[in-house]
Design a binder for this molecule. Structure first.
Ligand code: NAD
Ligand code: UDP
Length: 311
């Protein structure tokens, strides 16, 4: 099949492109390189079945494809808050433009949504049936609400135009090729530990997250795309939940670092707890994560070590 991956030069997108090529598909990677990098896909450029298009999803484009994975959107708070209006445009106009292609050429389209649609959740763990607790006015809203509208657009194109859609709600995912400067907790803590700098825990570190290794996520995404008759939404994430303080201690232990933990103010609207209920993914996709957090973190630490050595 010919597969379009928007945001294909980003962290998750580049892993997905690599896996799709391995499975024998033709891949069109579309990216505007806002947070993605050529380094992530440099090793794919010589592949006969790989094509790179520099394009912004907020602008229409004509392409003929069988599948569309719509991942284009900055994912880390620092990046999506840099130009919040552009973030909303990317989610909303990007979804409209990609749904337009899907409708015209009858391609199947998968939208990368997020656990952020649950906001600061009052239900724990989060199931797909929960409608969420999002502040419409806060600094995270450009991302959260943009993704919520993208989900709505998917459902409306499905009901109105019979577009074949899939919606996945991705929970915190980590692994090699995360951007060093993206300010997310995994890259921050590992880089701080490797450089011997203070580890910056925001708030008291009592907030929780559940971290999924990228290869597990990509497997779940591809199963969702190819499962007939199931639009989702479906949660994809690793239910192994940890407080951010415990996580900081784990990174110190795994890196053998002498870094100290310091405390910094908690950003506004930072969700207090987050853990996916993945019963639906297990039932419908036969999917669950296979990489334990220690193994995934070791791979990620090795990656950042090599990035620091090269730099
Ligand atoms: P990322 O920032 O590494 O990748 C996003 C990619 O989209 C980048 O390559 C960027 O250049 C590209 N992009 C951004 N705006 C664009 C635009 N207007 N036009 C074209 N390309 C554009 O982030 P990621 O972690 O790989 O996330 C990929 C997707 O998964 C995003 O949609 C994100 O919302 C979603 N997601 C990720 C996580 C996570 O933990 N990583 C969690 C939930 C959802
Ligand atoms: N966080 C932290 N120190 C950092 C970066 C993040 O304590 O240097 C916290 C952040 O406040 C949040 C959690 O780690 O509670 C996850 O943050 P991230 O930006 O990775 O993702 P998100 O908040 O979108 O889940």
């Amino acid at each position: 099949m010919r597969v379009l991956v928007t945001g294909g030069a980003g962290f998750i997108g580049s892993h997905l492109c690599e896996r799709l090529l391995k499975e024998g598909h033709e891949v069109i990677c579309l990216d505007n390189f806002f947070t993605g990098s050529k380094r992530n896909i440099a090793h794919l450029l010589d592949h006969n079945d790989f094509e790179l298009v520099r394009h912004d999803v907020t602008e229409p484009i004509l392409l003929e494809v069988d599948r569309i994975y719509n991942l284009a959107c900055p994912a880390s708070p620092i990046h999506y808050q840099y130009n919040p209006v552009k973030t909303i445009k990317t989610s909303v106009m990007g979804a409209i433009n990609m749904l337009g292609i899907a409708k015209r050429v009858r391609a199947r389209i998968l939208q990368a949504s997020t656990s952020e649609v649950y906001g600061d959740p009052q239900v724990h763990p989060q199931t797909e049936a929960y409608w969420g607790n999002v502040n419409t006015l806060g600094i995270r809203s450009c991302y959260d609400e943009g993704k919520r509208v993208a989900e709505t657009l998917m459902m409306d194109y499905h009901r109105q135009n019979h577009v074949d859609i899939r919606i996945i709600r991705i929970f915190n995912t980590y692994g090699p090729k995360m951007a060093e400067n993206d300010g997310r907790v995994v890259s921050n803590f590992i880089l701080q530990a490797l450089r011997g700098e203070d580890i910056t825990v925001y708030g008291e570190g009592a907030q929780t997250r559940s971290f999924c290794y990228v290869s597990d996520l990509v497997e779940g995404m591809m199963r969702m795309m190819e499962t007939p008759g199931f639009t989702g939404p479906v949660n994809l994430g690793n239910p192994a939940e940890t407080t951010i303080l415990e996580f900081a201690k784990k990174i110190i232990a795994l890196t053998g670092s002498s870094s100290r933990i310091v405390y910094r103010p908690l950003p506004a609207d930072d969700p207090k707890q987050r853990q996916p209920d993945i019963s639906l993914a297990k039932q419908m996709l036969g999917w669950e994560p296979t990489v334990c957090v220690d193994d995934g973190l070791k791979q990620t630490i090795d990656y950042f070590r090599s990035v620091l050595t090269t730099a």
